[in-house]
Design a binder for this molecule. Structure first.
Ligand SMILES: Nc1ncnc2c1ncn2[C@@H]1O[C@H](COP(=O)(O)OP(=O)(O)OP(=O)(O)O)[C@@H](O)[C@H]1O
Ligand SMILES: [Mg+2]
Length: 218
């Protein structure tokens, strides 16, 4: 379902041009759950952004469900992104919208109706019900992170990309969030790629790959 073939990515840093991904390859079947680990700066967030169509590679190809993500036009990209749930490392909640509107944003775009179901499956289990009417700047980092997770899952995307979704949570809350995350994504047969620094979090998923020197290794 997801195939990266010889993906290259360069970044400009001052005058230097650094290669972040170097002939990076990945094959992941639909419905599988993958953890990606690797040192800070290795390119994990960059890799998720490429798969989400937020950036384009400098070389190689990225296929998701038969679509060449690296070749989608500006018109096609928004539709593609709607079918992805992305939990950003820095949350990226919309500051002018309440928790409720942040969570239901994609849900409404996809015209899914029935927000009750989002309450029962995500908002209440993630402990967000009492925060429903607040704005992101009224929340702690961990609360914002949980809102970002609810937002990413609310519209039942077939592909979920999560960038250190438990990075701001204490161990007990992190374990609960992972339990909810993996249970829901299995129930919906979602493909999940999750970046984490925690071996404890990674072991909950079926498979772990390590990003090192621009490539994914077992
Ligand atoms: N906007 C940018 N412009 C230039 N370089 C960038 C930019 N964003 C990231 N980089 C560089 O690209 C490399 C990979 O960054 P990336 O954010 O993908 O790392 P990461 O593996 O997610 O790290 P972390 O674990 O700290 O989140 C780093 O060397 C970083 O400095
Ligand atoms: Mg990162």
């Amino acid at each position: 379902m997801i195939t990266l073939k010889d993906v290259d990515l360069f970044r400009k840093q001052g005058r230097a041009r650094r290669q972040i991904l170097r002939h990076c390859n990945l094959n992941l079947d639909a419905g599988c759950q993958l953890a990606i680990m690797g040192e800070s700066g290795a390119g994990k967030s960059t890799l998720l952004h490429l798969i989400a169509g937020l950036e384009r590679p400098d070389g190689g190809s990225i296929q998701v469900n038969g679509h060449r993500v690296d070749q989608l036009s500006q018109e096609q990209l928004p539709l593609y992104r709607r079918r992805i749930g992305l939990v950003f490392q820095q949350f990226n909640l919309l500051p002018t919208l309440t928790v409720a509107d942040n969570i239901l944003f994609q849900h409404r775009l996809n015209e899914l109706g029935n927000p009750e179901e989002v309450m029962d499956t995500l908002v209440v289990p993630l402990g967000l019900a009492s925060l429903w009417k607040l704005y992101p700047d009224q929340l702690s980092g961990g609360e914002q992170q949980r809102v970002a997770i609810a937002r990413a899952l609310a519209h039942h995307p077939p592909l979920v990309l999560a960038d250190e979704p438990t990075g701001n949570l204490d161990e007990a809350t992190g374990d609960e969030v992972m339990e909810i995350f993996t249970r829901l994504s299995r129930a919906l047969n979602q493909t999940l790629i999750l970046v984490t620094h925690s071996p404890r979090v990674a072991q909950v998923l079926g498979r772990t790959l390590h990003l090192r020197q621009g490539q994914l290794h077992d």
